[in-house]
Design a protein around this ligand. Sequence first.
Ligand SMILES: *Cc1c(COP(=O)(O)O)cnc(C)c1O
Ligand SMILES: [Zn+2]
Length: 415
Amino acid sequence: MTAASSLRCRECQREYPLTATHVCEFCFGPVEVAYDYDKIRRNVTRASIQAGPASLWRYHDFLPVDRDAAIDIGAGFTPLIRAKNLGKALGLNNLYIKNDTVNPTWSFKDRVVAVASSRARELGFQKLACASTGNLANSVSAHAAAAGMEAVVFIPHDLEVGKVLGSSIYGPTLVKVQGNYDAVNRLCAELAGSYPWAFVNVNVRPYYSEGSKTLGFEVAEQLGWRAPDHCVVPIASGSLYVKIRKGLDELAKVGLIDEPKTRMSGAQATGCSPVALAWEEGSMNFRPQRPNTIAKSLAIGNPADGYYSLVQLKETNGACGNVSDDEIVAGMKLLAETEGIFGETAGGVTVASVKQLAERGHIHPDELTVAFITGAGFKTVEAVAPHLKPALEIDATIESFEAAYNAARPVEVAV
Ligand SMILES: *Cc1c(COP(=O)(O)O)cnc(C)c1O
Ligand SMILES: [Zn+2]
């Protein structure tokens, strides 16, 4: 038995059994998993967690799935890196990178899918499905393969080659939809009404979103059981951004860390920035957008958790980055060149946002700041390929090498 006790409406607090539902029948608000925190407190200690596996399942006491029912391909427990070089470049003395590019399918989506797919199987579903901007489809396809389940994944027709192939290799039914993510999502919401499938981010979304909490758990544990001062998190639907804080809050609730005072900042691309724009205007209502950005994994014009993201920005005194495609490319290169980490375009959004927020005084140089890099760069090579230094092409002789090397070296100017 897990400590999950019910699904609870975030608006009217009505409770429902732990089934495949995502909206309140009474007020149509979103429902979220509620827990018996006394039970968790009785079951866990720092030591019991540290004795667990090097995956997100070390936090199974905080998740709505039985440990033995887990579909486990090794998601989570990724490195937290002290980013001294990047920090120096940005004028930040205490910057960390949470490197979620090294998950089994190379994005943080393995966290949400690990939990959603496991719960779906527990509930008796035989097929997994999703509406995806790319990374989710990769992860659903992989988890279904490992569990021997069928997968039907829906994506916009114009995704990067790496994201498409990163699903196909696992053998799902891959459906390219003529339309953007918001159209794909609308279609899947309709299909979920008539097909008995677990759409991980539609009818089993309450379980899906719990997976993102594990990023909050890990960062606190990796910092020696303390919450960071400031997090910078990319926002697509806003679920990740909201749930990292829920993770920190839960650790405090069961006595594993002190009450967090973490400032939660967001990161969006200008070509799809409904939350950033509303935040800039001081509004709690965002206007849906038609996305146009190279950060395709964040291209959700009508974010499901947009409102809750704005509430959290306000409550935690956070700020929201809003960065152009050129800044995204520069951010990807800066992260790679300073820290040796190749993040995808969403990572470029986060790094460029950290830079922007630091320059504008929203991040204090001494705050312990964690930037979340959520997906790997090989999925979005199209974005950076035209901007990289070309290789030297030579014959296999020393003369040829030296001629090419000296010609390519920057001229040193004496001062
Ligand atoms: C899905 C995704 C996010 C954020 O997703 P939310 O919908 O806001 O939870 C961030 N980065 C990457 C790479 C993603 O694929
Ligand atoms: Zn309700």
